[in-house]
Design a protein around this ligand. Structure first.
Ligand SMILES: Nc1ncnc2c1ncn2[C@@H]1O[C@H](COP(=O)(O)OP(=O)(O)O)[C@@H](O)[C@H]1O
Ligand SMILES: [Mg+2]
Length: 539
């Protein structure tokens, strides 16, 4: 905290507070009131400063003190993040409380990380080595996970001494010749993207284990998918199923403005489920950032920045990270609320005019990068959107459509008929499919692309034939069209639909291929029959 720079509260309107304190900077962190509530500077005026308070402001009074921190809101990065659930301001939440009820309370700690915990540190550099931002100087064993310790992006120098063995985060791991000390953790301003050497075009996929996604609308590592869908169309279940099964190293799950009890259930499941690759609980590769509907709305705005900064950190350690957010609409609503309390000029549907630019700069933080130390890391995003009334022309969906690579549209009709995941196969798309075709050809099957095109063709033909069939009935259709209808029905129920509550919740790409091949083979054979060709000439 900057000593001396303190002022008083001059007005309070909900979570928006004015102070006579000047000399603050935009987005600077502030402590507000007698209880030191966390807030951020959102506007500078000639006669003082406007603050947004991110904790429950009830109880705040006029003339209570305000203090600037001289730094913006930061995210603390280091060992001990995995398997923790944080609130939007990165305060650890009590998982036990979450398990017993839908009210999740923050634990009041000095730091987001446990600084007293003993870790075992193995150094990788020696006295005299030159190190700079991003360089790995050693690792800490965090259960089964080897957590690389990197030099913070803004530091460099020559190593004077290195620690080894049992250590806590309070003790320096490395001293540089200029006297600066490197600890096992560092902080980063959450609204500033972390630096990297360069961005690389996405190449491999994020295997989600969802057949319709991996096969028809795949997500590239470093890419972004959005999942817009009305209430009850399965956004949460889909995101949570992917969080459990995606083939990534680290999962950051941001529960943003959704129901608290859904998060409690998710945690229980995560604690029980085992990661098939590491054989340890799924929670061990997961960080949860939750700002449920019963927590202060304003902090929700900050929560996705906490989540993305965590994601970038693991990317910078050379990992493949998946960030899931449910739902971005609730974040946008928080932004709208803050904007309106500042009496800013509203744009479309009351959202601030900078909604689209905020969203696109958030989505731009996804990508595959060459890290500062030359490793490859990626941050992929899957963002759910809950458009009011299921209207996809609303501003949040539209803004995200322009910046995301894949669009998985959830369909109320499909959800009502209990077809899950309710992804509409006619209107969804993925711009990554051509990039990823090579990967699937090499790693799964050479005819992945041929069958994908054939599958889409069958589904499109079915759509075209539906109306005719309603009039003439299936028996009124030509034999060839009847075949389309029969196979399409099988593809819908046996391939595109996937129950999240059974062992079928995850399907490997190889199995995905085997299933679709059984249906397309049946189609091709049937076609040959209708054309009078002998069966053994197919494919
Ligand atoms: N993949 C799925 N498999 C089985 N049931 C599902 C699936 N997805 C959604 N459901 C059903 O739909 C309900 C609503 O899903 P939910 O994810 O909560 O919707 P949303 O988040 O869009 O409001 C769930 O409680 C569940 O019964
Ligand atoms: Mg939901």
């Amino acid at each position: 905290m900057k000593p001396g720079i303190s002022g008083k509260i001059t007005s309070i309107s909900g979570a928006t507070v004015r102070t006579d304190l000047s000399g603050l900077t935009l987005f600077e962190r502030v402590s507000v009131g007698l209880h030191n509530l966390t807030g951020e500077v959102v506007r500078l005026e000639k006669e003082g400063t406007v603050l947004q308070v991110y904790e429950d402001p009830s109880g705040l009074g006029l003339d209570e003190p305000v203090q600037g921190h001289g730094a913006s809101l930061t995210t603390t990065l280091g060992p001990g993040l995995l398997s923790v659930m944080f609130d939007g301001l990165q305060r650890p939440l009590d998982i036990l409380a979450a398990k017993t009820g839908s009210f999740i309370h923050p634990i009041h700690l000095e730091s987001s990380l446990d600084l007293k915990k003993q870790w075992s540190f193995t150094p990788l550099v020696n006295k005299g080595d030159t190190v700079s931002g991003g360089v790995k100087i050693g690792y800490i064993d965090e259960g089964a996970f080897q957590h690389p310790i990197i030099i913070p992006p803004d530091k460099k120098g020559r190593v004077e001494s290195m620690a080894q063995g049992a250590i806590t985060l309070e003790e320096p791991l490395c001293s540089l010749e200029d006297g600066s000390r490197i600890f096992g953790y560092h902080s980063w301003p959450m609204r500033v993207p972390r630096p990297y050497r360069k961005k690389i075009n996405p190449q491999g996929p994020v295997i989600t284990g969802q057949r319709i996604i991996d096969f028809l609308f795949p997500l590239a590592r470093g890419g972004t998918s959005i999942i817009p869908g009305g209430f009850g169309t399965g956004k949460t279940i889909l995101e949570q199923t992917i969080a459990k099964h995606a083939d990534v190293d680290i999962v950051i799950y941001a529960g943003c403005g959704e129901r608290g009890n859904e998060m409690s259930e998710l945690i229980e499941e995560f604690l029980e489920l085992v990661d098939p690759r590491s054989k340890s609980p799924l929670m061990d590769r997961t960080v949860l950032v939750v700002n449920t509907s019963n927590m202060p709305v304003a902090a929700r705005e900050a929560s996705i920045y906490t989540a993305v900064t965590l994601g970038e950190y693991y990317r910078d350690l050379g990992f493949h990270v998946l960030l899931l957010a449910d739902s971005i609409s609730r974040w946008a609503e928080a932004l709208r609320e803050i904007s309106s309390s500042l009496e800013e000029m509203p744009g479309e549907e009351g959202y601030p005019t900078y909604l689209a630019s905020r969203l696109s700069s958030f989505v731009e933080r996804a990508g595959v990068v060459e890290t500062l130390s030359g490793d490859i890391g990626s941050l992929s995003m899957i963002l759910s959107v809950s458009p009011p009334g299921g209207d996809f022309t609303e501003p949040v969906t539209q803004a995200l459509l322009r910046t995301s690579g894949a669009f998985l549209m959830l369909d109320t009709g499909l959800a009502n008929s209990r077809h899950f995941p309710a992804i509409n196969w006619m209107q969804s798309y993925s711009l990554y499919q051509n990039t990823l075709a090579d990967y699937f050809a090499k790693n799964v099957s050479r005819d992945w692309e041929v069958l994908r095109i054939l599958c889409r063709e069958i589904m499109h033909k079915e759509e075209a034939l539906k109306e005719i069939m309603e009039i003439v009935g299936i028996d009124g259709l030509q034999e060839e069209d009847r075949l389309v209808m029969t196979v399409a029905e099988k593809i819908r129920s046996g391939f595109l639909a996937q129950n999240a509550y059974t062992a079928d919740a995850f399907c490997s790409p190889q199995k995905t291929m085997d299933i679709i091949r059984s249906f397309t083979d049946q189609f091709l054979k049937g076609q040959d029959r209708t054309k009078g060709k002998p069966e053994n000439e197919t494919l």
